[in-house]
Design a protein around this ligand. Structure first.
Ligand SMILES: CC(=O)SCCNC(=O)CCNC(=O)[C@H](O)C(C)(C)COP(=O)(O)OP(=O)(O)OC[C@H]1O[C@@H](n2cnc3c(N)ncnc32)[C@H](O)[C@@H]1OP(=O)(O)O
Length: 439
């Protein structure tokens, strides 16, 4: 993808449509402090955030300047007035099954002023993002959503799920491994220095993870953001293995305990591990904490080994939600980028109201890799085939959703008997997809 993605001209079709309503779609020059500040304040208001103070504006400006930053203004508004629509985007490295990765067009900060909603501004901005991503050669786009009802119409679909855990510590006696390494508290600055390296070491093996930007790490350790109470209570603990190599880190806060001091809640904000050893050591530490009756953990994998490391699985209550949404734009490039757990062929008839992913494709998987050809007319004899929209193909892409389930739900049509099972075998991911950040 071109390194000049931030300056690629806005989509003329979407811009023309908005112009007909007295609105201007344009890029924010992130070197222009006044213009960028106004865009950031509009975005914050759109998400019911605080009016940003100078310190947090400065952090956002430094941390987000590299992104493509787009706004919508009322015609005639000057450059430093707040836009009525905001969106940002950038090429993110998305981990795929088989230890592969792809550059995906990440979309974030979609907001429209509450005074300008339901007039098609978000639609124009999203359609412009898809056109830009496609023009720049991105095979797919990704986002995390505030509401799950907005993005299906643009071809996005849930592709990675995440779970929030509530754990009753009294029942969660540790029965897992007893690692031989060492746990020790570190400062938030030290945690900040460790997080990117630990994340980068582990993310390639987990489909759905992305490369995380610096400002997000600052926010994790409360070095950015305006929640002072959170910053005061946040603790960081690292795990070094028996050889002395750092292999994991956890961030947590203890809250509550006012009525009964033995019943604090431990909010596990982040737990990152690069080995099973580090995972077990950090979870064991968290669950064994004195004066804590409940642990709450956020954005965890839907397939946590933890379930098998406590005496009573019912100590863990889960609340699963869609998390990462995917929108495939170029079917051959996207499907050839990932690895496959089985050999075989499958025919895919894909419809897409925007046209990007529409067509008939033959996927041939062998030796872990896949190749895709376009098919005119019928699929070859004997090849199992499925029909679906781009949404379902996007849900299947990372292996978190099974084609048999989508076939049973009626979302995917089996054009030949048992094609769902054949596709499920090909698309399956041996590692459960997971994404541990919002963007
Ligand atoms: C990737 C992310 O950034 S996720 C964050 C999304 N942003 C937010 O939640 C912030 C608060 N909300 C907002 O700023 C706005 O309400 C937005 C961005 C969600 C929608 O902006 P609008 O300009 O009002 O949307 P627009 O008028 O273009 O509507 C486009 C379509 O989405 C639908 N839509 C808009 N908002 C919603 C919603 N909250 N829930 C469900 N559907 C919605 C509209 O009905 C319309 O559907 P249609 O064209 O198929 O009939």
């Amino acid at each position: 993808m071109t390194s000049d993605f931030a300056h690629h001209p806005v989509d003329p079709e979407a811009a023309g449509r908005l112009s007909g309503s007295g609105l201007r779609l344009g890029l924010v020059d992130t070197d222009d402090a006044g213009m960028f500040r106004a865009w950031l304040q509009a975005t914050s208001r759109g998400f019911h955030g605080s009016r940003q103070d100078q310190e947090s504006l400065a952090a956002s400006m430094a941390g987000l300047a590299h992104r493509r930053t787009t706004g919508v203004w009322e015609e005639g508004a000057d450059a430093v007035s707040e836009p009525v629509g905001t969106v940002s985007s950038w090429p993110a490295e998305l981990s795929l099954p088989g230890g592969h990765s792809v550059e995906a067009w990440a979309v974030s900060s979609v907001s429209v002023s509450p005074a300008h909603r339901r007039r098609g501004i978000a639609r124009a901005m999203l359609e412009a993002e898809l056109a830009t991503a496609s023009a720049l050669g991105a095979p797919l786009s990704i986002l995390t959503v505030s509401e799950s009802t907005i993005y299906g119409r643009f071809g996005f679909a849930p592709a990675v799920f995440a779970t929030n855990l509530t754990i009753e510590t009294r029942r969660a006696t540790w029965v897992g491994p007893l690692p031989e390494g060492r746990l020790r508290f570190v400062t938030l600055d030290d945690a900040r220095a460790l997080l990117p390296e630990l994340h980068d070491r582990g993310r390639g093996g987990v489909p759905g993870q992305i490369d995380v930007w610096g400002l997000r790490w600052d926010q994790f350790v409360a070095l950015a953001g305006d929640d002072r109470d959170r910053a005061k209570k946040l603790r960081a603990i690292r795990y070094d293995d028996a050889a002395g190599v750092v292999q994991g880190l956890a961030l947590y806060r203890a809250t509550g305990g006012e009525e009964d001091f033995t019943k604090h809640v431990l909010e596990l904000e982040f737990l990152l591990s690069t080995t099973g050893d580090a995972y077990a050591a950090l979870w064991r530490f968290v669950l064994g904490m004195d004066l804590v009756s409940e642990v709450r953990a956020y954005l965890r994998s839907v397939d946590e080994p933890l379930r098998w490391q406590v005496a009573d699985q019912r100590a863990i209550k889960e609340s699963i939600e869609d998390h990462l949404w995917v929108r495939i734009l170029d079917v051959p490039i996207a499907l050839e980028a990932r690895g496959y757990a089985a050999d075989g062929r499958i025919g895919l008839e894909v419809s897409d109201v925007y046209g990007y992913a529409a067509g008939r494709f033959l996927l041939t998987a062998g030796g872990g890799a896949g190749s895709v050809t376009r098919v005119e007319g019928a699929f070859p004899d004997g090849v199992p085939a499925l029909a679906m929209t781009v949404n379902e193909l996007s849900s299947l892409y990372l292996g978190a959703v099974s084609a048999t389930v989508l076939a049973a739900s009626g979302r995917v049509t089996e054009l030949t008997p048992d094609a769902g099972a054949a596709a499920a075998a090909l698309f399956r991911s041996p590692v459960t997809p997971w994404l541990n950040v919002w963007f």
